[in-house]
Design a protein around this ligand. Structure first.
Ligand code: ADP
Ligand code: MG
Length: 389
Protein backbone atom coordinates (compact mmCIF):
# COMPACT_ATOMS: atom_id res chain seq x y z
CA UNK A 1 0.00 0.00 0.00
CA UNK A 2 1.34 3.42 -0.99
CA UNK A 3 -0.17 6.55 0.46
CA UNK A 4 0.30 10.01 -1.05
CA UNK A 5 0.90 11.74 2.25
CA UNK A 6 0.65 15.44 3.02
CA UNK A 7 4.18 15.05 4.39
CA UNK A 8 5.31 14.80 0.75
CA UNK A 9 3.67 18.09 -0.29
CA UNK A 10 6.14 20.87 -0.91
CA UNK A 11 5.80 24.64 -0.71
CA UNK A 12 2.69 24.84 1.40
CA UNK A 13 3.48 28.37 2.57
CA UNK A 14 0.75 30.81 1.60
CA UNK A 15 -1.30 28.09 -0.12
CA UNK A 16 -4.96 27.54 0.70
CA UNK A 17 -5.37 23.93 1.83
CA UNK A 18 -8.87 22.47 1.84
CA UNK A 19 -8.81 19.95 4.70
CA UNK A 20 -11.69 17.43 4.72
CA UNK A 21 -12.17 16.14 8.25
CA UNK A 22 -14.92 14.19 9.96
CA UNK A 23 -16.23 16.48 12.66
CA UNK A 24 -19.53 14.63 12.79
CA UNK A 25 -19.51 14.50 16.58
CA UNK A 26 -22.35 14.22 19.11
CA UNK A 27 -23.57 17.57 20.47
CA UNK A 28 -25.33 18.04 23.80
CA UNK A 29 -27.06 21.35 24.52
CA UNK A 30 -25.10 22.99 21.69
CA UNK A 31 -21.72 21.77 22.95
CA UNK A 32 -19.40 19.02 21.72
CA UNK A 33 -20.08 15.92 23.84
CA UNK A 34 -17.27 13.69 22.50
CA UNK A 35 -14.18 15.31 21.00
CA UNK A 36 -12.05 12.28 20.02
CA UNK A 37 -12.51 13.05 16.31
CA UNK A 38 -11.45 16.67 16.82
CA UNK A 39 -8.47 15.70 18.93
CA UNK A 40 -7.22 13.23 16.33
CA UNK A 41 -7.15 15.94 13.66
CA UNK A 42 -4.91 18.30 15.64
CA UNK A 43 -1.54 16.96 14.36
CA UNK A 44 -2.55 17.46 10.72
CA UNK A 45 -3.86 20.97 11.40
CA UNK A 46 -0.64 21.82 13.28
CA UNK A 47 1.50 20.44 10.45
CA UNK A 48 -0.32 22.68 7.97
CA UNK A 49 -0.28 25.83 10.08
CA UNK A 50 3.36 25.15 10.92
CA UNK A 51 4.11 25.11 7.18
CA UNK A 52 2.31 28.48 6.93
CA UNK A 53 -0.58 27.20 4.87
CA UNK A 54 -4.02 28.79 5.10
CA UNK A 55 -6.14 25.97 6.47
CA UNK A 56 -9.77 25.80 5.35
CA UNK A 57 -11.57 22.98 7.16
CA UNK A 58 -14.64 21.25 5.73
CA UNK A 59 -16.89 18.64 7.35
CA UNK A 60 -20.45 17.42 7.46
CA UNK A 61 -22.56 17.15 10.61
CA UNK A 62 -25.58 14.88 10.95
CA UNK A 63 -28.29 14.61 8.33
CA UNK A 64 -29.67 18.09 7.61
CA UNK A 65 -32.08 16.78 4.98
CA UNK A 66 -35.39 16.20 6.69
CA UNK A 67 -34.18 17.68 9.98
CA UNK A 68 -36.27 20.56 11.33
CA UNK A 69 -33.59 22.86 12.59
CA UNK A 70 -30.56 23.54 10.44
CA UNK A 71 -29.18 25.66 13.24
CA UNK A 72 -28.79 22.58 15.43
CA UNK A 73 -26.48 21.14 12.76
CA UNK A 74 -24.23 24.17 12.36
CA UNK A 75 -20.50 23.55 12.67
CA UNK A 76 -20.06 26.77 14.66
CA UNK A 77 -19.89 25.15 18.14
CA UNK A 78 -17.42 22.62 16.75
CA UNK A 79 -15.20 25.38 15.37
CA UNK A 80 -15.28 26.94 18.84
CA UNK A 81 -14.24 23.69 20.53
CA UNK A 82 -11.48 23.23 17.97
CA UNK A 83 -10.12 26.66 18.89
CA UNK A 84 -10.06 25.63 22.55
CA UNK A 85 -8.20 22.41 21.77
CA UNK A 86 -5.67 24.20 19.56
CA UNK A 87 -5.43 27.19 21.92
CA UNK A 88 -5.62 29.35 18.82
CA UNK A 89 -8.27 31.47 17.15
CA UNK A 90 -10.36 29.50 14.68
CA UNK A 91 -12.49 31.49 12.26
CA UNK A 92 -15.95 30.33 11.24
CA UNK A 93 -17.68 31.00 7.93
CA UNK A 94 -21.52 30.77 8.01
CA UNK A 95 -21.66 29.45 4.43
CA UNK A 96 -19.94 26.59 2.58
CA UNK A 97 -19.29 28.35 -0.73
CA UNK A 98 -20.25 31.68 -2.28
CA UNK A 99 -19.02 35.26 -1.83
CA UNK A 100 -18.85 35.15 1.99
CA UNK A 101 -16.52 32.14 1.93
CA UNK A 102 -14.42 33.66 -0.85
CA UNK A 103 -14.02 36.96 0.99
CA UNK A 104 -13.13 35.31 4.28
CA UNK A 105 -10.52 33.10 2.63
CA UNK A 106 -9.03 36.06 0.78
CA UNK A 107 -8.50 37.82 4.11
CA UNK A 108 -6.69 34.85 5.68
CA UNK A 109 -3.02 35.12 6.66
CA UNK A 110 -0.61 32.18 6.39
CA UNK A 111 -1.16 29.93 9.42
CA UNK A 112 -4.82 30.98 9.86
CA UNK A 113 -7.58 28.41 10.33
CA UNK A 114 -11.11 28.76 8.99
CA UNK A 115 -14.00 26.29 9.39
CA UNK A 116 -16.69 26.40 6.70
CA UNK A 117 -20.35 25.61 7.45
CA UNK A 118 -21.81 22.06 7.27
CA UNK A 119 -21.12 20.57 3.82
CA UNK A 120 -24.47 18.80 3.79
CA UNK A 121 -26.30 22.15 3.78
CA UNK A 122 -25.40 22.03 0.07
CA UNK A 123 -27.43 19.49 -1.89
CA UNK A 124 -24.47 18.78 -4.18
CA UNK A 125 -22.43 17.18 -1.40
CA UNK A 126 -24.26 13.88 -1.05
CA UNK A 127 -24.97 13.76 -4.79
CA UNK A 128 -21.24 13.84 -5.51
CA UNK A 129 -22.00 16.78 -7.81
CA UNK A 130 -19.16 17.91 -10.06
CA UNK A 131 -20.49 21.44 -9.98
CA UNK A 132 -20.36 21.62 -6.19
CA UNK A 133 -16.94 19.95 -6.14
CA UNK A 134 -15.65 22.57 -8.59
CA UNK A 135 -17.06 25.39 -6.47
CA UNK A 136 -15.28 23.97 -3.44
CA UNK A 137 -12.07 23.40 -5.36
CA UNK A 138 -12.03 27.01 -6.54
CA UNK A 139 -11.59 28.11 -2.93
CA UNK A 140 -8.24 26.35 -2.55
CA UNK A 141 -4.92 25.22 -4.06
CA UNK A 142 -4.53 21.80 -2.43
CA UNK A 143 -6.90 19.17 -1.05
CA UNK A 144 -6.22 16.95 1.95
CA UNK A 145 -8.47 14.05 2.96
CA UNK A 146 -8.30 13.29 6.66
CA UNK A 147 -11.82 11.87 6.89
CA UNK A 148 -11.38 8.10 6.90
CA UNK A 149 -14.89 7.74 8.37
CA UNK A 150 -16.46 9.27 5.24
CA UNK A 151 -14.14 7.77 2.63
CA UNK A 152 -16.49 4.87 1.84
CA UNK A 153 -19.05 7.35 0.56
CA UNK A 154 -19.15 8.84 -2.95
CA UNK A 155 -19.74 12.38 -1.74
CA UNK A 156 -18.41 15.51 -3.45
CA UNK A 157 -16.00 16.55 -0.67
CA UNK A 158 -14.20 13.18 -0.66
CA UNK A 159 -14.74 11.87 -4.19
CA UNK A 160 -15.48 14.40 -7.00
CA UNK A 161 -13.24 17.08 -5.46
CA UNK A 162 -10.11 15.14 -6.43
CA UNK A 163 -10.78 15.79 -10.09
CA UNK A 164 -10.11 19.47 -9.52
CA UNK A 165 -7.30 19.71 -6.97
CA UNK A 166 -4.04 17.87 -6.20
CA UNK A 167 -5.01 15.47 -3.40
CA UNK A 168 -3.13 14.16 -0.37
CA UNK A 169 -3.85 12.05 2.69
CA UNK A 170 -3.77 13.78 6.07
CA UNK A 171 -1.81 12.28 8.97
CA UNK A 172 -4.90 10.74 10.58
CA UNK A 173 -6.04 9.04 7.38
CA UNK A 174 -2.52 7.69 6.94
CA UNK A 175 -2.49 6.36 10.51
CA UNK A 176 -5.91 4.76 10.10
CA UNK A 177 -4.69 2.93 7.01
CA UNK A 178 -1.47 1.79 8.67
CA UNK A 179 -3.40 0.37 11.59
CA UNK A 180 -5.88 -1.39 9.30
CA UNK A 181 -2.90 -3.17 7.72
CA UNK A 182 -2.39 -4.99 11.03
CA UNK A 183 -5.82 -6.53 10.52
CA UNK A 184 -5.42 -7.22 6.83
CA UNK A 185 -2.15 -9.05 7.56
CA UNK A 186 -2.75 -10.19 11.12
CA UNK A 187 -0.66 -12.04 13.65
CA UNK A 188 -2.66 -15.12 14.57
CA UNK A 189 -4.94 -16.04 16.13
CA UNK A 190 -7.16 -13.23 14.81
CA UNK A 191 -10.31 -12.85 16.89
CA UNK A 192 -13.05 -10.57 15.61
CA UNK A 193 -15.86 -9.41 17.90
CA UNK A 194 -18.98 -8.03 16.25
CA UNK A 195 -22.04 -6.69 18.04
CA UNK A 196 -24.31 -3.70 17.60
CA UNK A 197 -27.67 -3.23 16.03
CA UNK A 198 -27.70 -3.01 12.26
CA UNK A 199 -27.01 -6.35 10.63
CA UNK A 200 -26.79 -4.90 7.09
CA UNK A 201 -23.67 -2.88 7.97
CA UNK A 202 -21.91 -5.89 9.51
CA UNK A 203 -22.54 -8.56 6.86
CA UNK A 204 -19.55 -7.61 4.68
CA UNK A 205 -17.07 -7.77 7.52
CA UNK A 206 -18.50 -11.00 8.97
CA UNK A 207 -18.18 -12.55 5.52
CA UNK A 208 -14.70 -11.29 4.61
CA UNK A 209 -12.97 -11.19 7.98
CA UNK A 210 -14.88 -14.33 8.88
CA UNK A 211 -12.86 -16.13 6.21
CA UNK A 212 -9.61 -14.84 7.60
CA UNK A 213 -10.40 -14.82 11.34
CA UNK A 214 -9.73 -17.79 13.57
CA UNK A 215 -12.81 -16.95 15.64
CA UNK A 216 -15.62 -14.50 15.18
CA UNK A 217 -17.53 -13.78 18.37
CA UNK A 218 -21.02 -12.33 18.01
CA UNK A 219 -23.13 -10.28 20.39
CA UNK A 220 -25.69 -7.47 20.38
CA UNK A 221 -28.75 -7.53 18.20
CA UNK A 222 -26.59 -8.90 15.37
CA UNK A 223 -26.29 -12.18 17.29
CA UNK A 224 -30.10 -12.44 17.57
CA UNK A 225 -30.31 -13.08 13.84
CA UNK A 226 -27.76 -15.88 14.12
CA UNK A 227 -29.51 -17.46 17.08
CA UNK A 228 -32.76 -17.42 15.09
CA UNK A 229 -30.93 -18.87 12.09
CA UNK A 230 -29.90 -21.71 14.41
CA UNK A 231 -33.60 -22.23 15.19
CA UNK A 232 -33.29 -20.92 18.73
CA UNK A 233 -36.15 -18.88 20.20
CA UNK A 234 -35.53 -15.10 20.31
CA UNK A 235 -38.94 -13.88 21.49
CA UNK A 236 -39.47 -10.21 20.70
CA UNK A 237 -35.78 -9.41 20.27
CA UNK A 238 -34.52 -7.01 17.63
CA UNK A 239 -34.08 -9.07 14.42
CA UNK A 240 -35.65 -9.31 10.97
CA UNK A 241 -36.32 -11.98 8.38
CA UNK A 242 -33.87 -10.64 5.78
CA UNK A 243 -31.07 -10.56 8.36
CA UNK A 244 -31.90 -14.06 9.61
CA UNK A 245 -31.64 -15.27 6.03
CA UNK A 246 -28.23 -13.63 5.68
CA UNK A 247 -27.15 -15.10 9.02
CA UNK A 248 -27.95 -18.61 7.79
CA UNK A 249 -25.42 -18.17 5.01
CA UNK A 250 -22.80 -16.79 7.35
CA UNK A 251 -23.03 -19.53 9.97
CA UNK A 252 -19.56 -21.04 9.58
CA UNK A 253 -17.54 -23.16 11.97
CA UNK A 254 -15.55 -20.24 13.32
CA UNK A 255 -18.66 -18.22 14.25
CA UNK A 256 -19.18 -18.28 18.02
CA UNK A 257 -22.63 -17.40 19.40
CA UNK A 258 -23.83 -16.49 22.90
CA UNK A 259 -24.77 -19.46 25.09
CA UNK A 260 -26.70 -17.40 27.62
CA UNK A 261 -28.25 -13.97 27.56
CA UNK A 262 -30.07 -11.34 29.63
CA UNK A 263 -33.71 -10.78 28.75
CA UNK A 264 -36.45 -8.36 29.81
CA UNK A 265 -40.09 -7.69 28.96
CA UNK A 266 -42.28 -4.91 27.62
CA UNK A 267 -41.69 -1.27 26.80
CA UNK A 268 -40.08 -0.57 30.16
CA UNK A 269 -37.78 -3.59 29.96
CA UNK A 270 -38.88 -5.04 33.30
CA UNK A 271 -38.62 -8.66 34.52
CA UNK A 272 -34.89 -8.84 33.86
CA UNK A 273 -33.77 -12.48 33.78
CA UNK A 274 -30.73 -14.56 32.90
CA UNK A 275 -31.46 -17.37 30.46
CA UNK A 276 -29.74 -20.04 28.44
CA UNK A 277 -30.24 -19.30 24.73
CA UNK A 278 -32.57 -22.28 24.41
CA UNK A 279 -35.01 -20.86 26.98
CA UNK A 280 -35.99 -17.41 25.75
CA UNK A 281 -39.72 -16.82 26.27
CA UNK A 282 -42.14 -15.66 23.56
CA UNK A 283 -42.54 -12.17 25.00
CA UNK A 284 -38.94 -11.71 26.11
CA UNK A 285 -36.34 -9.40 24.53
CA UNK A 286 -32.62 -10.27 24.46
CA UNK A 287 -30.66 -7.23 25.66
CA UNK A 288 -27.19 -8.43 26.67
CA UNK A 289 -24.91 -11.46 26.67
CA UNK A 290 -24.83 -13.53 29.88
CA UNK A 291 -21.99 -14.56 32.24
CA UNK A 292 -21.37 -17.98 30.64
CA UNK A 293 -20.96 -16.26 27.27
CA UNK A 294 -18.49 -13.80 28.79
CA UNK A 295 -16.47 -16.70 30.17
CA UNK A 296 -16.51 -18.41 26.78
CA UNK A 297 -15.54 -15.25 24.88
CA UNK A 298 -12.78 -14.48 27.40
CA UNK A 299 -11.16 -17.82 26.53
CA UNK A 300 -10.97 -16.87 22.86
CA UNK A 301 -9.88 -13.31 23.52
CA UNK A 302 -7.08 -14.53 25.82
CA UNK A 303 -5.49 -16.54 23.00
CA UNK A 304 -5.68 -13.77 20.40
CA UNK A 305 -2.70 -11.96 18.94
CA UNK A 306 -4.91 -9.68 16.89
CA UNK A 307 -8.29 -8.35 18.05
CA UNK A 308 -10.93 -6.33 16.22
CA UNK A 309 -14.01 -5.12 18.06
CA UNK A 310 -17.00 -3.31 16.60
CA UNK A 311 -20.47 -3.07 18.09
CA UNK A 312 -21.72 -3.18 21.69
CA UNK A 313 -22.67 -6.61 23.05
CA UNK A 314 -25.97 -5.29 24.41
CA UNK A 315 -28.14 -2.26 24.96
CA UNK A 316 -25.32 -0.72 27.00
CA UNK A 317 -26.88 2.74 27.22
CA UNK A 318 -29.13 1.19 29.87
CA UNK A 319 -27.10 0.42 33.02
CA UNK A 320 -28.81 -2.95 33.44
CA UNK A 321 -27.61 -4.21 30.07
CA UNK A 322 -24.09 -2.80 29.94
CA UNK A 323 -22.14 -5.67 31.55
CA UNK A 324 -21.40 -7.66 28.39
CA UNK A 325 -20.09 -4.56 26.65
CA UNK A 326 -17.98 -3.45 29.63
CA UNK A 327 -16.56 -6.96 29.90
CA UNK A 328 -15.62 -6.90 26.20
CA UNK A 329 -13.94 -3.49 26.54
CA UNK A 330 -11.88 -4.72 29.49
CA UNK A 331 -10.98 -8.05 27.91
CA UNK A 332 -9.87 -6.46 24.63
CA UNK A 333 -7.95 -3.72 26.45
CA UNK A 334 -6.17 -6.14 28.76
CA UNK A 335 -4.71 -8.09 25.80
CA UNK A 336 -3.90 -4.98 23.78
CA UNK A 337 -0.67 -2.98 23.74
CA UNK A 338 1.57 -5.97 24.19
CA UNK A 339 0.21 -9.45 23.93
CA UNK A 340 -2.15 -8.61 21.08
CA UNK A 341 -2.81 -5.80 18.64
CA UNK A 342 -6.24 -4.48 19.60
CA UNK A 343 -8.31 -2.33 17.25
CA UNK A 344 -11.68 -0.87 18.24
CA UNK A 345 -14.07 1.15 16.06
CA UNK A 346 -17.65 2.37 15.76
CA UNK A 347 -19.59 5.35 17.11
CA UNK A 348 -21.34 3.62 20.00
CA UNK A 349 -18.44 1.23 20.57
CA UNK A 350 -16.14 4.19 21.21
CA UNK A 351 -18.65 5.65 23.67
CA UNK A 352 -18.73 2.30 25.46
CA UNK A 353 -14.93 2.11 25.53
CA UNK A 354 -14.85 5.59 27.06
CA UNK A 355 -17.38 4.47 29.72
CA UNK A 356 -15.24 1.45 30.56
CA UNK A 357 -12.26 3.79 31.22
CA UNK A 358 -10.16 1.63 28.88
CA UNK A 359 -9.74 4.35 26.27
CA UNK A 360 -5.95 4.52 26.54
CA UNK A 361 -5.42 0.79 26.70
CA UNK A 362 -6.11 -0.38 23.16
CA UNK A 363 -3.71 -0.04 20.24
CA UNK A 364 -5.92 1.89 17.90
CA UNK A 365 -9.36 3.46 18.13
CA UNK A 366 -10.62 4.01 14.61
CA UNK A 367 -12.59 7.19 13.91
CA UNK A 368 -14.46 5.22 11.28
CA UNK A 369 -17.23 2.78 12.14
CA UNK A 370 -18.97 2.00 8.87
CA UNK A 371 -15.88 2.97 6.89
CA UNK A 372 -13.70 0.62 8.95
CA UNK A 373 -16.08 -2.26 8.22
CA UNK A 374 -16.14 -1.45 4.51
CA UNK A 375 -12.36 -1.11 4.35
CA UNK A 376 -11.78 -4.37 6.21
CA UNK A 377 -14.19 -6.15 3.88
CA UNK A 378 -12.24 -4.83 0.86
CA UNK A 379 -15.18 -2.68 -0.15
CA UNK A 380 -15.07 0.33 -2.47
CA UNK A 381 -13.64 3.48 -0.90
CA UNK A 382 -14.18 6.41 -3.33
CA UNK A 383 -12.41 8.76 -0.91
CA UNK A 384 -9.13 6.87 -1.21
CA UNK A 385 -8.80 6.86 -5.00
CA UNK A 386 -5.82 8.87 -6.25
CA UNK A 387 -4.49 8.97 -2.67
CA UNK A 388 -3.88 5.28 -1.95
CA UNK A 389 -2.43 2.74 -4.32
P1 ADP B 1 -21.32 1.14 16.38
O1 ADP B 1 -21.87 2.54 16.26
O2 ADP B 1 -20.33 1.03 17.48
O3 ADP B 1 -20.84 0.59 15.08
P2 ADP B 1 -23.95 0.02 16.12
O4 ADP B 1 -24.41 1.34 15.62
O5 ADP B 1 -23.92 -1.11 15.18
O6 ADP B 1 -22.53 0.19 16.83
O7 ADP B 1 -24.89 -0.47 17.32
C1 ADP B 1 -24.97 0.22 18.52
C2 ADP B 1 -26.32 0.04 19.16
O8 ADP B 1 -26.69 -1.31 19.24
C3 ADP B 1 -26.33 0.55 20.57
O9 ADP B 1 -27.06 1.75 20.61
C4 ADP B 1 -26.98 -0.57 21.38
O10 ADP B 1 -27.97 -0.11 22.26
C5 ADP B 1 -27.59 -1.43 20.31
N1 ADP B 1 -27.74 -2.83 20.75
C6 ADP B 1 -26.77 -3.70 21.07
N2 ADP B 1 -27.29 -4.89 21.44
C7 ADP B 1 -28.64 -4.77 21.36
C8 ADP B 1 -29.74 -5.64 21.61
N3 ADP B 1 -29.54 -6.90 22.03
N4 ADP B 1 -30.98 -5.17 21.41
C9 ADP B 1 -31.17 -3.91 20.99
N5 ADP B 1 -30.19 -3.04 20.73
C10 ADP B 1 -28.93 -3.45 20.91
MG1 MG C 1 -23.70 3.32 15.53
Amino acid sequence: MKVKSIKQAKKLAGKVVLLRVDFNVPLKKGKVAEDYKLFMNLPTIRLLTGAKAKVVIISHLGRPEGSKSKKALSLEPIAKRLGQLLRKPVLFCPTVIGPTAKTMIKKMEPGDILVLENLRFEAGEEKNSSRFARQLAKLANIYVNNAFAVSHRAHASVAAIKRYLPAYAGLLLEQELQNMEQIKHPRRPLVVIIGGAKMSTKVGVIKRLGKKADHILLGGAVANNFLAANKLPIGKSLADQASIKMAKKLLKKNVVLPVDIIVAKGKNLTNVKMRSVAKVGKTEIILDIGPETMKLYAKYIKTAQTLVWNGPMGKFENQTFRHGTMFTARAVASRSKGRAFGLVGGGETIQALRQSKMFDDVDWISTGGGAMLVYLSNGCMPGLKKIVR
